[in-house]
Design a protein around this ligand. Structure first.
Ligand code: GDP
Ligand code: ZN
Length: 457
């Protein structure tokens, strides 16, 4: 499906910069073998055999090492690939690289080997990204997830979704094409049932992808609440130092303050948001807009409530204006603060519909351990890590778009019974999913993804 053009031959040092036991030069492209012969001598390099050879640049002997030839298309890039494994000295590898360039190779751009693997259909885009994630993994869990993505666990789930979407779309389109049949889509239980199944499948993938993205990038936690609830105090208590300004003047925290805090090796990114209230002045107004932006993008929202002011643990009763604007109630945790000042268990009415409540005192530190434990649970720390895969924000956004299109299609179907609109929405959903695996991809996006890779990968 991707264009497979006869490209130039690229070369790069594939091992990390600096000194090492061995260093590897990688060549890929139509002239890889010819260039390798120019360095290793004319004797045949048998495919996938290790050959011990002299490496020369012109007349000069540079190094001795192993040459490996992987003929295309059964190579990493899908092109002819040669690896020259020499000693791991930077000067040496530089000379070897120059030798390949003098023989007609071009220095590879960052990620260009992986990009060629993608363009030659050896891996899809999500798998290519998993290579970078694997190299950059900051924890064992993140590395394991990246490996699963690289093996295609994530891609298979997306392909499954696309297949089911396509089937439904074909069915709907076929019905439109034969209007004399006059199919009533609403009455047709199959369409509704398939749509519901599709939505459930998409939601399941989204949940797993979010977990994977959280493991990779760290969980984003927004601390929200009315002025003086103790948001800044909570951030300071978690960070163990005075990062935020704590005062009793309402509206002190006007901008977003970020802290990266490690909880048992899990990266968390906290943001203290401005006090959400009707702001009297313009500067504070901007702070409030940013706070909402932060809350929308957060993986978890801690709604901090002053225990002295609260009479109930129902977030909706505590602050209806807030919960009304909250896009996703599932990511909400109610943090009841200042329990050192009040016997919170006495006057408060319990709330039961699923919003977790953690009682703390930012001042004395009581309850902080429970809060940390809760956040770890939210990240999937002790949850079923098996079956997870690495995912990026880009993937989550694409999944969310696909979900929105399917929902829109479903509601249009129920409102008007219009199959045309549903078919179009299914097409758009499919397109959004295609961006994940790279079935549809803009050059600009590819440039951005592969440009962030290291050279030689
Ligand atoms: P913010 O506006 O939500 O960021 O609230 P701050 O963190 O600035 O705190 C507002 C006031 O409440 C300050 O005077 C804090 O010292 C006080 N405060 C915060 N947390 C607690 C707590 O757990 N116990 C008590 N007694 N006071 C607190
Ligand atoms: Zn504050």
């Amino acid at each position: 499906s991707q264009q497979s053009i006869n490209r130039d031959t690229i070369a790069a040092v594939a091992t990390a910069p600096g000194r090492g036991g061995i260093g590897v030069i990688r060549l890929s492209g139509p002239r890889a073998l010819e260039i390798a012969h120019g360095i290793c001598g004319a004797r045949e390099l048998k495919p996938r055999y290790a050959h011990y050879r002299n490496f020369t640049r012109g007349e000069q002997l540079i190094d001795q090492g192993i040459a490996l030839f992987f003929p295309g298309p059964n190579s990493f890039t899908g092109e002819d690939v040669v690896e020259l494994q020499g000693h791991g000295g930077p000067v040496l590898l530089d000379q070897l690289l120059h030798a390949t360039i003098e023989l007609g190779a071009r220095q590879a751009r960052p990620g260009e080997f992986s990009e060629r693997a993608f363009l030659n259909d050896k891996i899809d885009l999500a798998q290519a990204e998993a290579i970078a994630d694997l190299i950059e993994a900051g924890s064992t869990q993140a590395a394991r997830n990246a490996m699963r993505s690289l093996q295609g666990v994530f891609s298979e789930k997306i392909e499954d979704l696309v297949e089911n979407l396509t089937h439904l779309r074909i069915y709907v389109e076929a019905s439109i094409d034969f209007p004399e049949e006059e199919i009533d889509f609403l009455a047709d239980g199959k369409v509704s049932a398939d749509l519901a199944a599709l939505q459930a499948q998409l939601t399941a993938v989204e949940t797993q992808a979010r977990q994977g993205s959280i493991m990779r990038e760290g969980m984003r936690v927004a601390i929200a609440g009315r002025p003086n609830a103790g948001k800044s105090s909570l951030l300071n208590a978690l960070a163990g130092r005075d990062a935020a300004i704590v005062t009793d003047i309402a509206g002190t925290t006007r901008d977003i303050l970020r802290e990266y805090i490690d909880i048992d090796g899990m990266p968390l990114q906290f943001a203290d948001t401005a006090g959400l209230r009707d702001a009297p002045d313009r500067v504070e107004q901007i702070g409030i807009e940013r706070a909402w932006e932060e809350i929308r993008h957060a993986d978890r929202v801690l709604l901090v409530v002053d225990a002295e002011q609260a009479h109930t643990l129902d977030p909706e009763a505590v602050w209806p204006e807030f919960t009304a604007q909250l896009p996703d109630a599932e990511k909400l945790t109610l943090v009841l603060n200042k329990i050192d000042l009040t016997d919170y268990s006495a006057g408060l009415q319990a709330h039961t519909d699923g919003v977790p409540v953690i009682a703390i005192s930012a001042r004395t530190g009581s309850g902080l351990e429970s809060l940390k434990e809760h956040l770890k649970q939210c990240m999937g720390y002790s949850g079923a890590a098996e079956g997870n895969f690495s995912a990026r924000r880009r993937h989550l956004e694409a999944l969310a778009r696909a979900k929105a299109f399917i929902e829109q299609g479903a509601s249009q179907l129920h409102a008007s019974g219009a199959g045309e609109l549903l078919a179009e929405d299914l097409r758009l959903a499919q397109h959004a999913l295609g961006e994940i695996t790279g079935a549809v991809s803009a050059d600009e996006l590819l440039g951005k993804i592969f440009g962030s890779f290291c050279i030689g990968k």
